[in-house]
Design a protein around this ligand. Sequence first.
Ligand code: 13P
Ligand code: ZN
Length: 240
Amino acid sequence: MCILDVEVIKSYVRMCNDGWLQGWHERNGGNLTYRMTKEEVEACKDSFTYDRPWVPMGVTAENLAGEFFISTGSGKYFRNVILAPEENICIAELNAKGDAYRVVWGLTKGGRPTSEFPTHLLNHSVKYDITGGKHRLVMHVHPVNTIALTFVLPQNDKDFTREIWDMMPECAVVFPRGVGILPLMLTGSIDIAKATAEKFKEYDVVVWSMHGIFSSGENFRDVFGIIETVEKAAEILVKV
Ligand code: 13P
Ligand code: ZN
């Protein structure tokens, strides 16, 4: 079976394209990582090669040692994923210490996983422990209205959450723990990875001020739905 016909790869590609259609991914904006099940790795592994080098990540996720992640490539455009998945996404394996990865499939024209890989990994690590392995997906997006609000709303979790929640009754149901917010920090850095992971101990949605949203969940549908809901409430607030 061609790896592009494996269900999880198809779902991943669809999610990238859906995000693009929402306007969340200008240029190379945003990134998506998914922790594969053993069965999914099995279904894909005939396409894997093991000749690319191990790359240290600068962070350690011991509880994710040996796991396989699908990731968007750094600098790659979400809008191109559906046209050429093998050039724009990859599968990366974590080593036995959980501190380095190697690409085993994809990025056929070169490249590396997203520059936010450290943040994704630490988020996965935190959620792995909290949810007993149920959360598999971390998505980062650049949605206009949520970002716009970070320029005017109070920069604390409680007030930011309250302003968003007040726009739609569904919000408190879809993200009952609310939204964490971080100040503007250096993107792609280890500091922002650690700060985001700290917030993920409490929330499933974390807003990066003047930058975007990170969200974690069990599957493609749930994470997409959470981000859609946050951004829709933000749009209502901007219009109000
Ligand atoms: P990458 O292209 O490295 O994934 O970066 C995009 C981005 O949104 C950085 O925050
Ligand atoms: Zn970003």
